[in-house]
Design a protein around this ligand. Structure first.
Ligand code: C2E
Ligand code: MG
Ligand code: MG
Ligand code: MG
Length: 278
């Protein structure tokens, strides 16, 4: 009967929900254990100054070497880490590891290499963020002027709060970039009130710009907008010489993408940076 069917549907639904909940709790535990066991590591993707061809910075990107599943990409665990709150200790680990590594590079001759670190929205909203970053800067002895924090437009929806947080961060001496720029929903007027330093044009515009005139207009407009507001502009996901040439001709400051290099383990960065300098 319909009634029995409804009951079965309900039972099935409840069972699915339980399974989902169990899976979620398991994953949260796995994330906690992964942090304790040292299963996370960072790779670094170079950022090139277009005019000089020099590598001026790297972006730290997290990876998870999972016991059974192998390499897990951030797209598959950052959202869950965010939901469960585990992103806060994981994010601190990323910041500390990245600052320590950058400090080592500085000691080994890469004196002014900038280090960019992604912040998650939960981290950005945490009351403790500025204190935590101050502690990490003190502990590692890293020059805060070379630390760059990447936020996304979605984190700035609570405008008042975002401005306050950004001012606290700026007081530490770090720079701020807006990541995936152009994909969020916030209004442009915030750009003039927010103490940010750099816009990173989202890869989706770059990848289509040579075949799609709208994307091409968006890219050249973001470059002009950034420069009119005295901001630097970085293109993400540059894969071809033709894209690079277009960006150069429009005065884009920096680029990042597979054309320059995929994200690399720490031991490969030193060689790459020195190669490009000479
Ligand atoms: P994102 O910050 O926008 O990082 C750029 C992503 O694009 C990276 O993916 C990078 O490997 C990829 N990429 C770079 N150049 C190219 C290219 O030329 N072509 C293509 N197809 N892809 C390119 P990844 O490492 O998988 O990271 C994905 C996202 O996960 C990041 O996007 C960021 O939002 C997040 N993420 C990574 N590490 C962290 C972290 O430590 N903390 C937080 N909160 N988020 C992180
Ligand atoms: Mg980023
Ligand atoms: Mg990005
Ligand atoms: Mg992205």
């Amino acid at each position: 009967s319909a009634k029995a069917e409804g009951k079965n549907t309900f039972r099935f639904y409840r069972q699915t929900m339980n399974e989902e909940l169990t899976e979620r709790v398991q994953l949260e535990n796995e994330l906690r254990k992964a942090l304790e066991r040292g299963e996370f590591f960072l790779v670094y993707q170079p950022q090139m100054d277009i005019a000089s061809g020099r590598i001026v910075g790297v972006e730290a990107l997290i990876r998870w070497r999972h016991g059974e599943k192998g390499l897990v990409s951030p797209a598959d665990f950052i959202p869950l880490a965010e939901e469960t709150g585990m992103i806060v200790p994981i994010g601190e680990w990323v910041l500390r590891t990245a600052c320590r590594q950058a400090k080592r590079w500085h000691g080994a001759g890469l004196a002014d290499l900038r280090m960019s670190v992604n912040l998650s929205s939960r981290q950005f909203m945490s009351q403790d963020l500025a204190d935590s970053i101050r502690r990490i800067i003190q502990e590692t002895g890293f020059d805060p002027g070379l630390l760059d924090l990447e936020i996304t437009e979605s984190m700035t929806l609570d405008v008042g709060r975002a401005i306050a947080t950004l001012h606290q961060l700026k007081q530490l001496g770090v720079s701020i970039s807006i990541d995936d720029f152009g994909t969020g929903y916030s209004s442009l007027s915030y750009l003039k009130n927010f103490p940010v330093d750099r816009l990173k044009i989202d890869r989706s515009f770059i990848s289509q710009m040579l075949s799609d005139t709208n994307d091409r207009s968006i890219v050249s407009t973001i470059i002009a907008l950034a420069h009119n507001l005295n901001l630097q502009v970085v293109a993400e996901g540059v894969e071809t010489d033709a894209q690079s040439a277009f960006l150069a001709s429009h005065g884009c400051d920096e680029m990042q993408g597979y054309l320059i290099s995929k994200p690399l383990p720490e031991e490969d960065i030193h060689r790459l940076v020195l190669q490009r300098v000479h």
